[in-house]
Design a protein around this ligand. Structure first.
Ligand SMILES: [Zn+2]
Length: 317
């Protein structure tokens, strides 16, 4: 039997056929076209799924179901997207709609929740039961497993990005102040850097961006860091300090075996990971007695959502 995994992102929808061992045997992607109406988006999704099945010589009887990963606030049990910034979808019963039109079982979870399941199946958390995955992208997503089970309360828990790390801090996209996301998402890092470089024009980064502050990207920030830009070094140090507060809070609550970091910033690897670990471990309770939580970069990159979504069929409910 096979399962279809579908990862609905703001820019692309990625889908693939996954075998029982978690291998993607065929995948494809197409532009999301999030500005189109719901009917267009759903019809396109259905025809892409059906074509993927037929083009690979399979029929629906060989498909266990459709696993869906989607950014946003998801009620997995009801199969409803409560809110997704990508589509401005509110209370969208995607599970029932896909189920009715495809005549296949459908399961859905948040994309970071699917990614943690993918990493347990085929990535850097194989054989682990207690894992937390954090995605550092436009926002901050999180997926948490406890004793091998995905934490997914119907009332929406496990939202690490909006835990508050600073009293009366920076305004977050959610409207609250001082959230981890307001400091540590890739977008926040870029925004904070732009502000600081604008006030510090001796920064190497100011020249790297050709004195066009608005053009600063995440890659440019790390290029400046590699060139020993003192101002950028301080920004990254502060960034890692803030991230370490968020991560050590999660460790103190859950004490997972592993924390995995994914998303754009994670491409920097050890440049971030080594100082981050030092800052995190300095903040963990009883770190001289309890075993340290391993912190790694996630492995599966773009495939995590597809593989993880199919893993929803290996979980209860
Ligand atoms: Zn927030």
């Amino acid at each position: 039997m096979y399962t279809i995994g579908i990862d609905i992102g703001g820019t692309f929808v990625k889908l693939g056929i996954v075998d029982e061992s978690g291998n993607i045997i065929k995948n494809k992607k197409y532009p999301t076209q999030a500005n189109q109406d719901n009917e267009y988006i759903i019809s396109k999704m259905i025809s892409e799924i059906e074509n993927l099945i037929l083009d690979n010589g399979l029929n629906k009887k060989q498909i266990l179901g459709i696993g869906v990963a989607c950014a946003g606030l998801i009620d997995s049990k009801a199969g409803v997207i409560l809110y997704s910034n990508n589509f401005k979808w509110g209370n969208f019963p995607i599970k029932d709609i896909l189920n009715e039109r495809l005549r296949l079982p459908v399961r859905i979870a948040n994309d970071a929740q699917c990614a943690v399941l993918g990493e347990i199946k085929k990535g850097n958390a194989q054989n682990c039961k207690d894992v937390i995955l954090i995605t550092l992208g436009t926002g901050i997503g999180s997926g948490i497993t406890v004793n091998g089970k995905l934490l997914r309360q119907s009332q929406g828990g496990g939202i690490a990005g909006h835990t508050i790390i600073q009293k009366n801090g920076r305004l977050c996209s959610c409207g609250k102040k001082g959230c981890l996301e307001a400091y540590c998402s890739t977008s926040s890092l870029i925004k904070i850097t732009k502000n600081i470089v604008n006030r510090n024009k001796t920064s190497i980064l100011y020249n790297l961006c050709n004195k066009n502050i608005d053009s600063i990207t995440g890659e440019m920030i790390f290029e400046a860091l590699a060139k020993n830009d003192e101002i950028v070094r301080n920004i990254i140090d502060e960034y890692l300090e803030n991230l370490s507060i968020g991560i050590s809070n999660l460790i103190n609550i859950f004490r997972p075996e592993k924390i995995l970091i994914s998303g754009g910033v994670s491409n920097q690897g050890d440049i971030l990971l080594i100082p981050l670990k030092e800052k995190v471990y300095g903040k963990c309770f009883a770190s001289n007695i309890l075993p340290q939580t391993d912190i790694q970069i996630a492995k599966l990159k773009n495939d995590a959502g597809i593989i993880g979504a199919t893993e929803l069929f290996n979980m209860e409910g």
